[in-house]
Design a protein around this ligand. Structure first.
Ligand SMILES: O=C(O)C(=O)C[C@]1(C(=O)O)C=C[C@@H](O)C=C1
Length: 395
């Protein structure tokens, strides 16, 4: 068991592969999809029966014998004497998705993220669970594995940025781990140029940061004519500036990282686009019960047969039901990147085989989402629901 607050290092060396992944290429007609759905159905039934237990049905008159009737009356009197009926607030409340996903204030939740304290991923974890204990990990893989091994409750990992685009590594890890997406975090990322105390930005010759952060500040860094050096995360870059003590070396990182590592902020908001938003996903061992009480997103992954118009048909299942897509990403199937198609007249052709990741704006609790995926299942070779979770917004 990791010590409280201790960083989790090195799980990348022992990746845990999902049992369904090895047969991904040969899974026919959405077997994985059905399995995922059974889980959703169970969850939804759980909610329905919980509600039945406390919802009076007016037309159902209980047929009580004298003894039962006096017992029931006694029960009502007992309840009345305890005042239950007078104050509805004392009745147990039905569980909601957010009750099940975490304590409402985020207390006691241990959340893994990639990077050192002060990284944007830690900010994202704290936005989702303000009182959580954040657990730093050296690699994305380590954060996934920490959840699987019950070392932490959740992992918060970046998936895309409004300027830099997708974090492909995390897309590729999604199917290699047995986790569910239970939420998303959208974070405004304001990069600062940091240096040792007393240094001016004109003195800088080199700047360290995460490659995404360097890409997001392309114009500012080019105008300063500084050499860019990649680091695993922005907070590590800040720490390296301190540990090397080099006055000509700066870091691109957050204002919080400057405070943690005792660096000066030489310039603020240096990103090329003012609205620089990163989107993070929250992973857990169990899915949440999706609701319809607020806007939800659902993330799925699927593969298609070869042929003209198949992707068009796949996307149409959402369009036909007025479901908005917010993201589409295609990634090579690592287990089987090429598909060989034999044509007796022409010989054999090699096609690149892709996984399609789609996020759409609907909850799995909505029939239109269930019908859309049922429709998609008719021609997808493999389909899996990665999670159905409340949408996050930026205030
Ligand atoms: O290096 C960090 O601080 C991170 O949290 C990683 C990361 C990323 O992977 O995109 C997160 C948000 C920013 O876009 C820059 C870097």
């Amino acid at each position: 068991m990791a010590a409280k607050g201790a960083p989790i290092w090195g799980y990348a060396k022992t990746p845990c592969s999902h049992p369904g992944i090895s047969d991904l290429g040969s899974t026919r007609s959405g077997l994985a999809f059905n399995l995922s759905f059974r889980k959703w159905e169970c969850c939804c039934l759980g909610v329905a029966s919980a509600q039945r237990a406390i919802t009076p049905v007016e037309d159902e008159k209980p047929n009580l014998t004298g003894a039962e009737s006096s017992g029931a009356i006694q029960q009502i009197e007992d309840n009345e004497s305890r005042g239950f009926h007078k104050d509805m607030n004392l009745l147990p409340k039905p569980l909601t998705a957010s009750d099940l996903s975490s304590p409402s204030d985020g207390s006691k939740v241990r959340v893994a993220y990639q990077g050192l304290p002060g990284a944007y991923s830690e900010d994202a974890a704290l936005k989702a669970y303000p009182k959580c204990e954040t657990v730093p990990c050296d690699q994305f893989e380590a954060a996934f594995t920490a959840v699987e091994l019950w070392l932490v409750d959740k992992a918060v990992l970046p998936i895309e940025n409004s300027v830099g685009g997708s974090i492909h590594r995390n897309y590729d890890l999604l199917l290699r781990h047995r986790l569910h997406i239970v939420g998303e975090v959208q974070l405004q990322v304001n990069h600062c140029l940091l240096g040792l105390p007393g240094v001016t930005k004109e003195e800088l010759k080199r700047v360290l940061s995460h490659p995404q952060a360097l890409a997001q500040c392309e114009m500012t860094l080019s105008s300063l004519g500084i050499v860019r050096i990649n680091a695993d995360d922005t907070a590590l870059a800040a720490q390296m500036v301190v540990s090397t003590g080099l006055r000509n070396t700066g870091a691109v990182a957050s204002a919080r990282a400057a405070k943690i590592y005792g660096l000066d902020i030489l310039a603020e908001k240096i990103q090329d686009d003012d609205d620089n938003i990163s989107r993070f996903l929250i992973f857990a061992r169990e899915p949440i019960i999706p609701g319809t009480d607020r806007p939800y997103k659902t993330s799925v992954v699927f593969t298609l047969e070869e042929g003209p118009g198949v992707l068009f048909k796949a996307l149409a299942v959402f369009a036909l039901r007025g479901i908005n897509l917010t993201k589409i990403e295609s990634r090579p199937q690592r287990q089987r990147p090429l598909r060989v198609v034999d044509d007796s007249n022409e010989g054999s052709a090699k096609y690149f085989d892709y996984l399609f990741y789609i996020d759409f704006e609907a909850s799995m609790a909505e029939p239109r989402a269930q019908y859309a995926l049922g429709h998609l299942q008719e021609f997808a070779r493999f389909l899996r629901v990665l999670g159905s979770y409340p949408m996050d917004t930026i205030p």
